[in-house]
Ligand binder design. Structure first.
Ligand SMILES: [Fe+2]
Ligand SMILES: [Fe+2]
Length: 340
């Protein structure tokens, strides 16, 4: 499951590490040093350990929920580990002390996150073989600037996803069907800091976020990351039902938080209240379901079905991508604190 590379599964990335090694953080030095000092102090050193509060009960879990929850954990573990592999590689190949120190801390955090999820999976009799995955999974090459856009977004969206679930379960503890959610608050602060680091990296080169072409790329990544999340989440109805969460509400809430945070560095923002937004996300989801069904059907009919569903997904994507964006000026200082 973790090894599979599809449009929707978490990917492993590789990039031009030499180019990234050349980044000079001088323009953001003051903010950089503060962030690195905070990461060096390692506030979550003792956090990812099971305590008496860990009361997992896989035996009594509804079987349909169990399937979706395992899928959720495997996908989260793969995503966390994907960050770990990329960050570790950057640290290993780099010579730039600023960059190496940052990526060392981020790899440390992601390894903890992936390991903690894997521990939880082991209790259900499944686990991701991370060593094997490193070798067996396909790697997608992204130019450094695409790594910044994609990774920045996935860190901030990770923060928004974890904190939204955490706050929801704080208010409705009866829906907390597994203890791992109790660990999400401190956890998501790690993701928040990782996102801060990428915001600072982008800030060192204003072109990355202000040129006409790059603004189109940012828009592309926002649309791609948001719509992928929508389709992925809608494939897990039982999981969200157990959490007592309406998926449409949850996804919009995560987009809203992510967009508010991303104002620190992205000059464009998707208008998620636009009348074309949700209907086209639904269209995109329907197209993916049809693609899946066609794949299972196989044969010529399946191939035609896959092609038409693919065309429908692309049309939906184009409709989402062309929604007029909300523009704003970038603040002089990038740094933010996690406040949700
Ligand atoms: Fe993480
Ligand atoms: Fe992270």
């Amino acid at each position: 499951m973790a090894q599979e590379t599809t449009l929707l599964n978490p990917r492993f990335y590789t990039t031009d590490f030499d180019e990234m090694d050349k980044i000079d953080v001088t323009p953001v030095r003051a903010e950089w040093d503060k962030l690195i000092a905070q990461m060096r102090s390692d506030p979550n050193r003792g956090h990812f350990k099971k305590t008496a509060e860990w009361d997992a009960d896989w035996e009594n879990m509804d079987p349909a929920l169990r399937v979706e929850f395992i899928d959720f954990l495997v996908s989260s573990c793969t995503a966390e580990f994907s960050g770990c592999v990329l960050y570790k590689e950057m640290k290993r190949r780099g010579n730039n002390p600023d960059i190496c120190e940052l990526f060392n801390y981020m790899a440390r955090d992601e390894a903890r996150h992936a390991g903690f999820i894997n521990d939880a999976l082991r209790e259900a009799g499944v686990a991701v073989n991370l060593g094997f995955l490193t070798k067996a999974k396909k790697y997608t090459y992204f130019r450094p600037k695409f790594i910044y856009y994609a990774t920045y977004l996935s860190e901030k969206i990770g923060y928004a996803r974890y904190i939204t679930i955490f706050r929801h379960l704080e208010a409705h503890p009866e829906h907390r069907f597994h203890p791992i959610f109790k660990w999400f608050r401190e956890w998501c602060n790690d993701e928040f800091s990782h996102g801060e680091a990428f915001a600072l990296l982008m800030k060192t080169d204003p072109k990355l976020t202000t040129s006409f072409g790059n603004k189109l790329w940012i828009r592309f990544f926002l649309t791609a990351v948001y719509s992928t999340m929508w389709v992925r989440d809608h494939a897990r109805p039982e999981f969200h039902k157990a959490l007592g969460v309406d998926i449409d509400w949850y996804d919009q809430e995560v987009f809203r938080k992510t967009s508010a945070i991303a104002r620190q560095i992205f000059p464009v923002e998707i208008d998620i209240d636009h009348p074309r937004w949700i209907p086209n996300l639904r269209r995109m989801n329907a197209a993916f379901l049809a693609m899946d069904a066609a794949k299972r059907r196989g044969g010529i009919g399946g191939a035609i079905g896959k092609f038409t569903a693919g065309a429908r997904a692309m049309a939906a994507f184009a409709a989402l991508y062309t929604i007029p964006v909300i523009k704003h000026d970038l603040p002089a200082s990038v740094r933010m604190e996690p406040v949700y």
